[in-house]
Design a protein around this ligand. Structure first.
Ligand code: NAP
Length: 292
């Protein structure tokens, strides 16, 4: 964990306040958040500095304590593998973070460290870009990890009928139980996935299948896609996964993982700084970084 100095970042004029935020991750090397947030600070005329900290699980409590005690640090993002563990280390969680059992953003409010979650809003805003009417629409979510929880919560809030399919079915059952207060979540048996997907207006892949360096293959039975509607893949590296390619070739509306990534980051930026986030600039910074 670096010492939080300004080396390599925006240099503050003497006495000026610098917004410092960090990412708690392990590993942290490939994160797009530093370029995205540094671009946002620059475009907003804010002296800011965003650093990725590689924090192994055993060091998480120490990193959170440092964040709480160091007045120069304004907030943090939290990602794999810390989103659940960090909830027990903060002074309070927002109702949304409690509902999800996952924290992806840390804020300081009156000296207290607050755990929040911007993934739900991030996904909701990404959906708004597609201009789909999700009220009473059938949505199938592949996966039941942390990302799936945020996606399911956003879909519940939008009024969709949500069904979840996961390789490990028990994990999907736990997700449905944990989020039951937001509405019924159907858990699909393996044999029912194909038909549910064909009839869905929205299919969202939240598994890591297709991710560079991750599991290969398809998160779906061979050849299965919605008959009409949209396919969203949360994976953004590569930008176009085999699933997105296949869906686009079939004439479906598609979206890659960049939209959610940018919008969850934009909400975090706004929470830390109180400034509207320059979403277009943030997206361009991410896209530049992902260019081959
Ligand atoms: N765009 C964004 O803003 C954004 C935000 C968050 C996450 N993501 C992406 O979403 C993905 C999941 O993140 P997460 O935090 O939810 O991870 P996670 O909690 O580790 O969950 C991983 C999910 O992938 C499934 N999976 C893994 N390997 C599989 C395989 N070979 N076949 C079928 N299913 C498999 C797991 O199923 P089991 O339960 O059976 O293991 C589980 O449902 C990652 O690629 C991440 O980069 C993107």
């Amino acid at each position: 964990v670096p010492d939080g100095s300004d080396a390599g970042g925006t240099t503050a004029a003497a006495g000026a306040r610098v917004v410092r935020a960090v990412l708690l991750a392990h590993p942290a090397g490939h994160s797009l958040s530093p370029v995205m947030h540094d671009a946002a600070f620059a475009a907003s005329g804010i002296l800011g500095r965003y650093q990725a900290w590689d924090v192994p699980p055993a060091a998480l409590a120490g990193a959170v304590a440092r964040l709480r005690d160091d007045e120069r640090l304004w907030g943090a993002n939290v990602t794999v593998p810390h989103k659940e563990a960090v909830a027990a280390l903060v002074d309070e969680c927002t109702p949304l973070a409690l509902r999800l059992g996952a924290v992806n953003t840390l804020l300081k409010r009156g000296g207290r460290l607050v755990g929040d979650n911007t993934d739900v809003e991030g996904f909701a805003r990404a959906m708004a870009e597609l201009e789909l009417d999700l009220r009473a629409a059938r949505a199938v979510v592949l996966g039941a990890g942390g990302a799936a929880r945020a996606v399911v919560a956003a879909l519940q809030d939008a009024g969709a009928h949500v069904a979840v399919a996961n390789r490990t079915r028990e994990r999907a059952v736990r997700l449905a139980a944990a989020l039951a207060s937001g509405g019924r979540v159907e858990v699909l048996h393996a044999g029912a996935v194909a038909e549910a997907v064909r009839g869905a207006a929205l299919l969202v892949n939240t598994t890591s299948v297709g991710m560079q360096g991750g599991p290969t293959g398809s998160p779906l039975p061979e050849g299965v896609l919605p008959r009409e509607g949209a396919v969203v893949d949360l994976v953004y590296r590569p930008r176009r996964t085999p699933l997105v390619e296949r869906a686009a070739a079939a004439g479906l509306i598609v979206q890659d993982g960049i939209a959610m990534l940018v919008h969850q980051g934009a909400r975090a930026f706004e929470r830390w700084t109180g400034h509207p986030a320059p979403v277009t600039v943030m997206r361009a910074a991410v896209e530049r970084e992902l260019e081959p």
